[in-house]
Design a protein around this ligand. Structure first.
Ligand code: HEC
Length: 160
């Protein structure tokens, strides 16, 4: 297992690269949309990464945050949180976790920094939650584009 700090800085570097990628023109193809958004949706079909975020969210986060990001009695609705939370704060909380000790019932967000099933897909989950928060993606399993070769490579590199 790689040391945590290195793991996180690698992830941040990867996140930066991903963020830069979003700033580049998409080639004006069929997916061209608001370049600042982390997701792409066309005729109700989402890009692979956003779909991957849907799947990973429902594997790792929904037990506490509710299906479709809608929240539960235990953890806040991320469809609301992500309307205002910065990408950096999102990373910080998901990597390190957070404990709210101010309330009578303690609620704890676990840190996922050591969990590759989350860390490898942290940008995908972000894209999914942002699409939900922006109100452009409904509840349930979205229709998706085919998995691109780059995504296959990325997943294999990160998970191995
Ligand atoms: C074991 C339950 C649990 C799991 C699993 C969990 N969370 Fe949380 N999460 C919480 C709780 C409880 C809070 C509120 C903590 C607090 O008030 O400080 C929280 C808070 C957050 C916040 C800040 C919300 C806000 O409004 O400030 C984000 C973002 C978040 N979680 C993302 C995630 C993501 C992404 C996943 C999946 C990778 C996840 N959480 C999995 C319990 C969980």
């Amino acid at each position: 297992m790689r040391p945590c700090a290195k793991h996180v800085s690698l992830l941040l570097a990867a996140a930066l690269v991903a963020a830069l990628g979003l700033l580049l023109p998409s080639g004006g193809g069929a997916w061209a949309q608001d370049e600042e958004k982390p997701y792409q949706i066309k005729d109700g079909v989402v890009d692979w990464y956003t779909f991957s975020g849907f799947r990973r969210y429902h594997a790792e986060c929904h037990v506490c945050h509710g299906p479709d990001g809608l929240g539960s009695s235990f953890a806040p609705a991320l469809t609301e949180t992500m309307k205002t939370m910065s990408y950096e704060d999102y990373l910080e909380i998901v990597v390190n976790g957070r404990e709210n000790v101010g309330t009578t019932a303690q609620s704890k967000m676990p840190g996922f920094g050591e969990n590759r099933n989350v860390m490898c897909f942290i940008d995908d989950i972000y894209a999914y939650l942002m699409a939900r928060a922006d109100g452009v993606l409904g509840r349930g399993r979205p229709k998706k584009e085919a998995k691109p070769a780059e995504a296959k490579e990325r997943d294999e590199d990160c998970m191995s």
